[in-house]
Design a protein around this ligand. Sequence first.
Ligand SMILES: C[S@@+](CC[C@H](N)C(=O)[O-])C[C@H]1O[C@@H](n2cnc3c(N)ncnc32)[C@H](O)[C@@H]1O
Length: 281
Amino acid sequence: MSAKTLIAEFAANRSESKLLQIIASENINMQKKAIVPKTDYSKIAECYDRVKSEPGPLLPHIIEYGDIKSNSKVLDIGCGTGRLLTNLLPTECSLFGLEPSQEMLREALSKGSSRGIAWIQGDGQRLPFSNEVFDCVYMASVLHHIEKKELALQEIYRVLKKGGRCVILTHSHSQIRRHVLNDFPGVIAIDLKRFPSVPSIKRSMSEASFKSVHHHVFHRSERTSTCRYLERVRSKYVSTLTLFNEEEFQRRFKVFQERVQRKYGNRIKRIIEFVFVEASK
Ligand SMILES: C[S@@+](CC[C@H](N)C(=O)[O-])C[C@H]1O[C@@H](n2cnc3c(N)ncnc32)[C@H](O)[C@@H]1O
């Protein structure tokens, strides 16, 4: 039985089983002719969870906007190391994580809490599921990586049940402009190009036939030592930082370091903003 059939069958009929872990063997080659600059997640998978902000505050919003109930069938597209999905596990939901990077999936599988989740290597532009199987599909910080965004949204629409919910977590252009990394030469220009604006996401969702498309903005303030923040930047905690070659990165990092030390002193206070776009099928 092919991985695709297995996955489709699991999705359609076997929601009671929570012990399946699948890595589909279909070849994923998304580097070819990429217009969206591609982050090589194989290089940052191992340190990903350590350098990212705590995901806990995002979960209640995903649950609320995704209308996730105890018996929901939920798909996380671009699940990465599974840091969101594994925290949804205490519920009785059937959980599916789809991710193109084998290295990120390996991190997900190594988590004690990963059992009972179906992990699938795949591409958000071509979902290996039958029509109308999920109650909720969400994507957190993924849409900007996807080449054919309209296609990915159509695929989400296809695999959602009638009345199912789609939640997209992204960053607004105004937040990108206000970000601390504004002082890292080149970052803002790249991100303004690769992140679709919130109005354009909403428009594409409506065009994909989604109903009741809304967005919500949340802020959280974070105080951190400048030293710790510089460490995270050095670890390339934001994927944009992986797009420079090492020599370029080091040159720009030096400029950034001088700027933030002058601007903030020992402590950086920053406002982290999240935008959730939610809609129904
Ligand atoms: C910033 S990470 C977010 C990971 C996870 N959602 C989280 O919040 O921790 C972006 C993820 O999107 C994945 N990704 C990139 N292109 C993708 C595609 N075409 N389809 C699905 N996922 C993709 C990457 O491999 C990476 O794991």
